[in-house]
Design a protein around this ligand. Sequence first.
Ligand code: SF4
Length: 448
Amino acid sequence: MALSGLQIYKLLPKTNCKECGFPTCLAFAMKLAAQQVELDACPYVSDEAKEALSAAAAPPVRLIKFGTGERTFQVGNETVMFRHEKTFFNQPGLALRVKDTEDASAIAEKVEMVNDYSVERVGINMTFNAVAIENASGDAGTFAAVAETIRAKTDLPFVLISNNADALQAALAKEGDHKPLLYAATADNWEAMAGVAKASGASLAVRSQDGLGELADLTQKLDGAGVADLVLDPGGRDLSTSLAQLTQLRRLALKKNFRPLGYPIIAFPGEVADTTEGEIVAATQYIAKYAGIIVMDRFDPAIAYPLLTLRLNIYTDPQKPISVDPGIYEFGHPTADAPLLVTTNFSLTYFSVAGELDGSGLPAWLLICDAEGMSVLTAWAAGKFDAETIAKAVKTFGAGDKIDRKRITLPGHVAVLSGELEEELPGWEIQVGPREAVDIPAYLKAWK
Ligand code: SF4
C-alpha cells in the first residue's frame, strides 16, 4: 500500500536541513507521496526507514529496459491515466514479429526493413524499437539459429517468443548482453521460465489465460522467485476486451498502487485482426491506451509512419512544446540581398516554414524568435511574440549584419505588429508575408 505524506514524514529525520531541495521534511514527504521526487534526494534516511519507504518510493508502473547501447529502450514509470494530467514518459516500443518457420530470405528482408526504417518529424528521428522472434517451429535449435542469424543483421533488442523454456535458453545463449524480453511465463510453465529469466537477468513477460486475477497471482509467484522485471499480457485480444483490461491494469497500478500489476504491458495487434487496416486500428488503440510494447505482424512505411507519428504526439509533454533553438537559419546559401523572414521557435512552425523555404530553391534568412515553443498566433495572443521580442531577436542574433537593406518579413497572421515593429526597429522596412507556410515559395518569387 502507498504511504501518505504524513506516514512518510514520520520516517524522515525531521531536521529540516533543506539538502533535499525542499524547505522542510514535511514538504519533501508530500512530494515523495505524490511520487514526484526520488527518496535518494534525502541523504539522511536510515536503512530502516528506506525499507519501510521503498513501497512509496517505487514507481507505480515498474521501469523496464531492453537492449544495449544506442538501441536501448525503456517502458513503464507512468504516473497518470491521461496525458493532459501531466505527461506520459516512456513511449511504447514497436516491434516486428518474424517466425522461425519463415523462409530465411523473407526473415532477412523483414529484419532489414525494420532495422533501417527511420523517419524524421519536427527534428526527431522516429524508428521501430525491436524484433520479435517466435519459436513457431517448436524446435529449440532452429529458434536459436534464427535468433543468431538475425542478431548478425541488427542490434535492435529482441522479444523472444516461446512456451518452451529450453528454446528460450538456447536463443539466450546466442544473445550475449543484449537484454531481450522473454515471452511468456504462464500458469503451466512459470517455474521453468523464472529459472531462465533469473539466470540470464532478462525481463520476462507473463501471460494470463484466465484474467487479471491469475495474472496478479503469477506475478507474485515470479517476484517471489526473484524475477522482478516483468511485463504483462492480460490475454484479451479483441479490441473491447483488451481496452478494458489495459485500462483496468493502469488504474489498479496508479489509483490503487496494486504492485502485483504495476508493470508495463505487451500487446499483439496482429492477433486482433486479420487485415492490415484492422492491425493498424488495434495498434493505434494500444499506443493511446496503455501498451508498453506493441508487437506488429506487418511492416510497411505506410503503416509505420502514422503509428510513429501518433506515438510521438501522445508521448510529447503537453506542457513543453517541441521547439527549435532561436537564431538565424540559412536556406539556399543566402547572400546580403536575400530576404529575411521571422517566425517562432515552435518546432512544427519551424519545420513547416523550413520545408517551404527548402522546396522553393530560393535563398533566404530565417530568424527564429524564442516564443517558448508556441506557434505564431498562440505566441502572439500570449504576448510571447510581439514587436519587442522580434526586435530583441534581430539585435541578439545580428540579423542586420546579414543583409544590405534592413527589411524583415513578418508572418501574415501578425501583420498587426508592423507599426510597433517599425518603432522598435528604426530604419527597418517591415514587410508582411503570407499567412500560411505553403504560400512562402510564391511570396519569395515575387519578393523585391
Ligand atoms: Fe528532511 Fe532529508 Fe530534506 Fe533534510 S534532506 S530536509 S532531513 S527530507
